[in-house]
Write a protein that binds this ligand. Structure first.
Ligand code: CAA
Length: 286
């Protein structure tokens, strides 16, 4: 099969909107779906805002923005994915929700060689592959937030992913999108989150125990280690619900106490304090 030209993105939240945007900017034909009209409108607004930012920063010309937007079809109907050559699932970090998407895609997508990818941060790709009749065509393609800014993509083949799927997914991420690709085994958290999440959870434990203020914890890592942002601000950016879900998947896989989500994180998620997306997390964004 030739290169990938027709991409589908399931979910137009923080990650899905970014994946749709970078795919359209790479001149690919994109269909992106959300579960409801309201969520779809919010997703479209997210893409438009990010493109407007790129124009404002001189990264994109006005007509390139218009062309990118024209390449994206926004829909609430997964049936519109029938002709896609690559579908990237980017719904909430929930195993059941993701499994259901893969089972549906398997029935809807007609191209026999189509690739089904997941942007999961931590759920084993094998589980998603086994929700389809074609696990050899299922792979993890994991992006980083903000997707238009961060260069990395983790490529995660499962035990059953075919070499051809791996090569075509790499050609898409590297050749078409210009991302830097690293390969990871199919282990919860892959490379980056296996290192990042224990660090974020340690910062939350540090706050929880009264060790230091949120500002001082973050300033410590920004000014002391030249990180672009501190761990609590970064958890707010990722989303506290997503951070909790990743920690839970990693804890379920490895049973290591360092992956166990601390009570403060659990209570904040219960309270709807999810970070930037809800206007309040460790900091107030309202
Ligand atoms: N969408 C698009 N572009 C954005 C953006 C967004 N949401 N946020 C910032 N940018 C762009 C800005 O327009 C700016 O572009 P130019 O260089 O062209 O001007 C550039 O990014 C820098 O932005 P700012 O100057 O506004 O702010 P900053 O220098 O403080 O950078 C940041 C903001 C890019 C978010 C930076 O702080 C950063 O990289 N932080 C770390 C983010 C990180 O670690 N992400 C990984 C999270 S883990 C993950 O995603 C995976 C997972 O599974 C959980």
């Amino acid at each position: 099969m030739s290169g990938i030209e027709r991409v589908g993105v399931v979910g137009c939240g923080l990650m899905g909107s970014g994946i749709a945007e970078v795919s359209a900017r790479a001149e690919l034909d994109v269909v992106v779906t959300e579960a409801s009209e309201d969520a779809l409108k919010a997703g479209q607004a997210r893409v438009e805002k990010s493109l407007a930012r790129a124009v404002r920063n001189g990264k994109l010309a006005g007509d390139e923005r218009d062309a990118a937007l024209a390449r994206i079809r926004f829909t609430t109907d997964l049936a519109d994915f029938a002709d896609r050559q690559l579908v990237i699932e980017a719904v909430a970090e929930n195993e059941q929700a993701k499994t259901e998407v893969f089972t549906s895609l398997d029935k809807i997508v007609t191209a026999p060689e189509a690739i089904f990818a997941s942007n999961t941060s931590s759920i084993p790709i094998m589980k998603l592959g086994m929700a389809t009749s074609r696990p050899q065509q299922v792979i993890g393609i994991h992006f980083f937030n903000p997707v238009p800014v961060l260069k990395l993509v983790e490529l995660v083949p499962s035990l059953l992913t075919g070499e051809d799927t791996k090569a075509r997914a790499q050609a898409f991420a590297q050749g078409k999108l210009g991302k830097q690709v690293i390969l990871s085994q199919d282990r919860a958290g892959f490379v980056v989150n296996a290192l990042l999440v224990p660090y974020l959870l340690s910062a939350i434990r540090m706050l929880e125990s009264g060790f230091a203020s949120p500002e001082d914890i973050d300033t410590g890592m920004v000014q002391g280690c030249a990180h672009p942002m501190g761990p609590l601000a970064l958890t707010d950016l990722i989303g506290l619900d997503t951070t909790k879900a990743i920690a839970e998947s990693m804890y379920a896989e490895f049973k290591e106490p360092l992956y166990s989500p601390p009570p403060l994180l659990l209570r904040m998620v219960d309270a709807g304090l999810l970070g930037k997306k809800s206007n309040r997390g460790f900091y107030d964004y309202s």
